[in-house]
Design a protein around this ligand. Sequence first.
Ligand code: KIV
Length: 272
Amino acid sequence: MNTSYSSSLANKPLTHLNLLEMKQRGEKITCLTAYDASFSALIDETGIEVILVGDSLGMVVQGHATTLPVTLDDIIYHTRCVMRSCQRALVIADLPFMTYSTPELAAQSAAQLIQLGGAQLVKFEGARIDIVAFLVKQGIAVCGHLGLLPQFIHQIGGYKVQGKACDSADKLINDALALQKAGVSLLILECVPAELARKISEQLHIPVIGIGAGADCDGQVLVVYDMLGISTGKRPSFSKNFLSETNSIEGAFKIYYNAVKQGDFPTSAHSF
Ligand code: KIV
C-alpha cells in the first residue's frame, strides 16, 4: 500500500485537533525538523503533518556541540523562514535554554515565537507544570518534551537513554500524565525504552511523538539533517539515512513518510 499524501488534503492548515483525530483513528503522525524555507516547502509538500523548528539547529546548522547557545532570536528567525513556505503542516517552535525559567518569562518568550515567528505551538523541555498551566491560561498551545532533555545535558552527563530504571520510568509516566492534565496538546518523548513509550502513549489521550522511543508512539520525529545523512556529527543510532535509498531529498521525505505511516520505521534496530 502506498500511503503517499493525497492532493485532496492540500493546503488545509492542520491544527493540534487534527493530530488528536489521527491518534483516535490510529493513523501515525509524521514530523521532521526544519530550519529554512526550502526544506519546509519540501516537507510540507510531502504531506508530513508537523514541522518542528527545534533548537537542534544549534548543533546541525550552527555547528555548536550542544543546543545551549541557541537564542530566542535564532528560533524566531528560523521559524519565520519555515513559515514563509509552509501551507499545511503544523509548526512547533522550541523555547531555547533559559528562555522559560519562570512562567512569566516563558509567556514573554512564547509570545515572541508566536507573534514574530508565526509558530502555532511552542515546545519546552521538562515537567514544568507551572509553566504549562500559565501558558495555557494565556491561550498558548504547548508541546511537552520528556525523556532525554538536551538542554539538561550538563546535568545528565551525556546523551543517554532515559527511564531504564523502574523509578525513573514511573517518574516519566507521572510527569507525562501531569503535563497532559496541565494542558499540553502534544508530547515529544526522546530516547526512552520502546516499552515505556508504548505505555505512555496508551495512557495519554493526547498524541505522543517519539524520537528514539520505539514504534508504538502515535507519531515519529527526526532531525532532518540526520535522516538525510548530512549532519556533521555521528548519526544517532535511532535515526536512519533515508537519502541512501533514493536519489533526491523529496524521495527521502516520501520514503520516511510512508515508512512511518505503515509502521516500518522505527524498527527494533532504531529503538531501545
Ligand atoms: O530540537 C529538536 O530538534 C528536538 C527534537 C530532537 C525532538 O527537540
